[in-house]
Design a protein around this ligand. Structure first.
Ligand SMILES: Nc1ncnc2c1ncn2[C@@H]1O[C@H](COP(=O)(O)OP(=O)(O)OP(=O)(O)O)[C@@H](O)[C@H]1O
Ligand SMILES: [Mg+2]
Length: 326
């Protein structure tokens, strides 16, 4: 079998920071608490998780920017701690945000600087830069100063920078954050094109539809731990069922909710308040269970609205990262 593009075993990372009077209080944050995962060559692997889950920490460790506290991680078969220098030329990293660019010079000059850092031959440098500017959609603005760039343009320049040296493996940390829908769509198209060229991609995102649209497999990270790794259909099975029922109404009693929860085939029940209205969301495993059966448990609520929809990745995600209500 081919060497995995990424393999991680029992990885942890603790941040210690000092605060308080005389900085004598040390706070410890366990950002990663025993992460295991494996990504195959040529795969587009998605890492999903809420704010603070540890996604950026993991991406930074795998791209050798940050050391792990314990555990092991290999990238392209190389150890991220002992063989970082051999990993770096073969990977690209695109972090979200606006840092890491030189504002006073043009996009093209930024790329020249990074091309030299990556050791790209002078003869190849200019055509490569022009190609990357075109590909990310900055063909017309490569010679403008970066301080004149919009946030989306800076994000595109980051992408061009991360790909200059034609890496085999690309880390994308929230690549579409802050992009308008058209630019985000172009970026996703570009990511798919890279995948078709054989680049392995490790992508973090908050956007469920983005993960669902792009990723072959998804890991859900919650509070430093992977709570699930699977394909989208696999995740759907894991949390119980392809079917989701939504019931909107007013003033449901606990006993009524208990009756709904007890119906055969109901794997999960969540309630949300929308002002005075209450929404019950059900994950349903049994293909036989009809919406009518659910409505029968809630007789006496004439204003009931019931509907069935397909379980979205967002539902699954919430099931995985949120605690079941009592
Ligand atoms: N340099 C640091 N010093 C101390 N704590 C940190 C540092 N960087 C991150 N953390 C903490 O580690 C945890 C994980 O942070 P991380 O940035 O990896 O999360 P994330 O999943 O990328 O979140 P987001 O979705 O908001 O980008 C958080 O609790 C964060 O506060
Ligand atoms: Mg992050």
């Amino acid at each position: 079998m081919a060497v995995p593009a990424i393999s991680v075993e029992q990885l942890t990372r603790v941040y210690s920071s000092r605060k308080g009077f005389l900085f004598n209080e040390v706070t410890r944050t366990e950002a990663l608490r025993g992460v295991d995962l494996e990504v195959a060559p040529g795969e587009l692997f998605g890492l999903l998780g809420p704010n603070g889950a540890g996604k950026t920490t993991l991406a930074k460790i795998l791209s050798t920017l940050l050391l792990p506290t314990s555990g092991r991680a290999h990238v392209l078969g190389l150890d991220v701690v002992r063989e970082a220098n051999r990993i770096r030329p073969r990977i690209g990293l695109v972090l979200g945000g606006e840092r890491g660019l030189y504002y006073r010079v043009s996009g093209r000059e930024n790329l020249r600087y990074f091309a030299d850092l990556y050791g790209i031959a002078r003869s190849e440098r200019e055509p490569r830069i022009t190609e990357m500017l075109e590909r990310v959609g900055l063909g017309d603005s490569g010679d403008r100063r970066v301080e004149e760039y919009s946030r989306g343009m800076k994000q595109k320049l980051h992408l061009a920078r991360g790909l200059l040296h034609a890496p085999e493996l690309l880390f994308l940390d929230e690549p579409t954050i802050g992009l308008d829908p058209k630019s985000a769509r172009e970026t996703r198209k570009f990511v798919r094109a890279l995948l078709a060229e054989g680049v392995t991609i490790f992508l973090t995102t908050h956007y469920m539809f983005e993960a669902e649209e792009l990723c072959q497999r998804i890991a859900v990270l919650s509070k430093g731990k992977i709570v699930a790794t699977d394909t989208v259909p696999g995740l759907r099975r894991l949390v119980g069922g392809d079917r989701t029922f939504e019931i909107d109404g007013y003033g449901f009693e606990d006993s009524e909710l208990a009756r709904v929860r007890a119906l055969p085939g109901v794997s999960r029940l969540v309630t949300e308040e929308f002002g005075p209205r209450l929404r019950i969301t059900l994950r349903v495993q049994d293909p036989q269970l009809e919406l009518d059966r659910v409505a029968q448990c809630l007789l006496g609520h004439p204003e009931l609205e019931v509907r069935e929809r397909r379980t979205a990745l967002e539902d699954i995600y919430l099931d995985l990262v949120e605690e079941e209500p009592a």
